[in-house]
Ligand binder design. Structure first.
Ligand code: 6PG
Length: 242
């Protein structure tokens, strides 16, 4: 399969976010009227993108087709400042015309193992599957400065090959439990956007783009859609060492 990978570099996080928002709005307006399933990323990078979608792109986005999921969630209450759900609700989802059934929250407050199973069942009931894994129309990812994506950390690299669609992971520094899509769910997507900004991530980006040996320990290195498009959205700081 021809690898369809693009690397786009922008002067600022604001310009990067505007371009990504424009692509997401365009995706929502594509032919057809079947639901489009989008997995959101947590962390801080996508916050600006969410605000732009709910602002400048509010009227350019076909919200009624979109179903929002999460690539990962911290095992905390939805009201917690650490909640990826809370961040997305505040920045975007509470400000745009969505019905409750279009938002598929991971219950961070539930028992992790039980919630991972439940979330997998919810995906199986609503999202088309191929080879046992969901086919998201778009998965948004960030990347940690340790090269993690979603909540797949270097110490749990085996989750990139897990045979279940989502599972429980553990943050290596805080031991916080997380629910995360696994690598095969991520790589089954039609489109994957990885948004990375800031100089703190430039070494990892350089390893992934230029140093295969060093990159082999990084989960981000294994993001490779089996039949889809991967686009890296980088700002000049994150791309400084490519
Ligand atoms: C999370 C995210 C995580 C994030 C990276 C980058 O739950 O924290 O899903 O994978 O994308 O840690 O985070 P920043 O965007 O804050 O640098």
């Amino acid at each position: 399969m021809e690898k369809d990978v693009e690397v786009k570099i922008y002067d600022t996080p604001a310009k990067l976010s505007k371009k990504a928002a424009r692509q997401i709005a365009a995706l929502s307006r594509q032919e057809g009227n079947h639901p489009l399933h989008v997995a959101l990323s947590g962390g801080s990078t996508p916050a600006l993108l969410y605000e732009i979608l709910a602002g400048k792109y509010m009227d350019k986005t076909n919200w009624k087709r979109l179903h929002f999921w999460w690539g990962d969630e911290r095992c905390v209450e939805p009201s917690s400042l650490e909640s990826n759900y809370r961040m997305a609700m505040e920045r975007m989802l509470s400000r745009v015309p969505l019905a409750p059934h279009q938002i598929h929250r991971i219950a961070g407050e539930a028992l992790p193992e039980e919630e991972a199973r439940r979330y997998g069942q919810e995906m199986a009931s609503l999202i088309p599957f191929r080879d046992g894994f969901p086919v998201f129309d778009l998965i948004l990812l960030g990347m940690g400065d340790d090269g993690h994506v979603a909540s797949i950390f270097p110490g749990e690299l085996q989750l990139m090959k897990s045979e279940v669609p989502c599972t429980v992971a553990t943050h290596p520094l805080t031991n916080q439990k997380r629910i995360t899509l696994t690598g095969k769910s991520i790589n089954n997507a039609r489109k994957i956007f990885i948004l990375v900004t800031g100089s703190a991530k430039s070494h990892r980006i350089s390893e992934i783009m230029n140093n295969k040996k060093a990159a082999q320990k990084l989960p981000a290195y294994y993001v490779e859609p089996v039949d889809g498009q991967l686009t890296w959205y980088l700002d000049v700081e994150a791309a400084a060492l490519i």
